[in-house]
Design a protein around this ligand. Structure first.
Ligand code: SF4
Ligand code: SF4
Ligand code: FES
Length: 241
């Protein structure tokens, strides 16, 4: 089975047509299987990330045919194209810089309370939001995140515009950052001041971008529009410019 694998080093992109050798006739390999076999055979220096191989750690996300997919849980077909996520800067091959997102949340996740970590009294929605595996698939098509790159993607910055430095944390948010903030708001351990701070952070990260947006989708099925974006917009009603 032939699969195109996009490699990228020092800004140079290449596409390698890799022939995957099925381990049994009926095998339907995951994208991660293909990458592992490519690395073990004809592409020994191919760079990609994975961890749990069980859709838990979220680090293996790549684009398959232009859409973000969790590589360890996404089957590939003849002719598919495996590429780095378009929404974050590429370090090498299929490895992207994730730190700009995590750093953006520094100092924004305090809930103002001290309490038990298991949080057994939390409502169902709180536990639903803890299902986020930080795969960043939801960044795809998010106009708020695109503001970090002059309204586009890392690979398409206008001439003369400098890329934002991920080490500083991105200025503008995304569905994931809103989810983290909304989880603080629905946490019963959060003080009222903590709830207000979480909402203020969502507004500062660009919640206004959600007003006219068609919406976002979560890679593991969390109801981002119903449980996150819609709730924040309602709470921020009258506070958005
Ligand atoms: S609804 Fe908001 S968070 Fe979701 S994609 Fe649109 S701008 Fe981004
Ligand atoms: S909200 Fe969903 S798509 Fe976004 S990072 Fe979390 S698990 Fe991934
Ligand atoms: S390797 Fe952990 S989610 Fe894919």
């Amino acid at each position: 089975m032939k699969v195109d694998i996009v490699t990228r080093r020092d800004g140079e992109e290449a596409v390698v047509a890799f022939e995957y050798e099925k381990r049994e006739l009926r095998e339907k390999p995951m994208a991660l299987d293909v990458l592992l076999q490519a690395q073990a055979t004809s592409m020994p220096d191919l760079a990609f990330r994975y961890g749990c191989r069980a859709r838990n750690c979220g680090v293996c996300t790549i684009d398959i045919n232009g859409k973000p997919r969790i590589a360890c849980r996404s089957r590939v077909r003849e002719g598919d194209r495996l590429a780095p996520m378009a929404t974050l800067p590429v370090l090498a091959d299929l490895v992207v810089r994730r730190d700009g997102i995590a750093r953006q949340m520094h100092g924004r996740l305090a809930n103002g309370a001290q309490g038990n970590d298991l949080n057994v009294d939390a409502p169902d929605v709180y536990h639903d939001l803890t299902a986020c595996i930080e795969c960043y698939a939801c960044l795809d098509g998010c106009p708020m995140h695109a503001r970090n790159f002059a309204g586009g993607l890392p690979g398409s910055m206008p001439d003369g515009e400098a890329q934002p430095d991920p080490a500083q944390g991105y200025k503008w948010g995304n569905p994931f950052s809103l989810l983290k903030l909304q989880r603080i708001r629905v946490d019963p351990l959060t003080t009222e001041a903590g709830q207000n701070a979480a909402l203020a952070n969502a507004i500062e990260l660009g919640l206004d971008a959600c007003v006219d947006c068609a919406g976002c989708k979560c890679g593991v099925g969390i109801d981002l529009m119903g449980q996150v974006v819609g709730q924040l917009l309602e709470a921020a009603s009258g506070k958005l410019e």
